[in-house]
Design a protein. Structure first.
Length: 80
C-alpha cells in the first residue's frame, strides 16, 4: 500500500492528537493524585488545608498518607 501525502498528513495528525490527549490525561491525573491544591479546592477541605500548610508536614502530599482506590475517590467527589 502506497503512503500518499494525504495519508501521511492524516497519520501525523493522529499521532499528534494522541500525544496531546495523553499528555492532557496524564497532567489531569497527576494534578488530582498529587497536588494538595486539588484537595483544597473542595469547600470541606479549606480549614484542614490551612492547618496542613502551616504544619511541619506541609511538604508531604495528601495522598502519601490518605491512600484510597480510585473508585473511592470518585465516590467522594460525587457525594460532596
Amino acid at each position: 500500500m502506497k503512503l500518499t501525502r494525504g495519508r501521511l498528513w492524516a497519520l501525523v495528525g493522529i499521532v499528534l492528537v494522541s500525544v496531546a490527549a495523553g499528555a492532557l490525561l496524564y497532567t489531569s491525573y497527576d494534578y488530582v493524585q498529587h497536588s494538595p491544591n486539588f484537595c483544597q479546592s473542595c469547600h470541606l477541605m479549606q480549614e484542614p488545608f490551612k492547618k496542613w500548610s502551616t504544619s511541619p508536614h506541609h511538604m508531604v502530599t495528601c495522598h502519601e498518607c490518605h491512600q484510597q482506590p480510585l473508585s473511592a475517590s470518585l465516590h467522594q467527589v460525587w457525594m460532596y
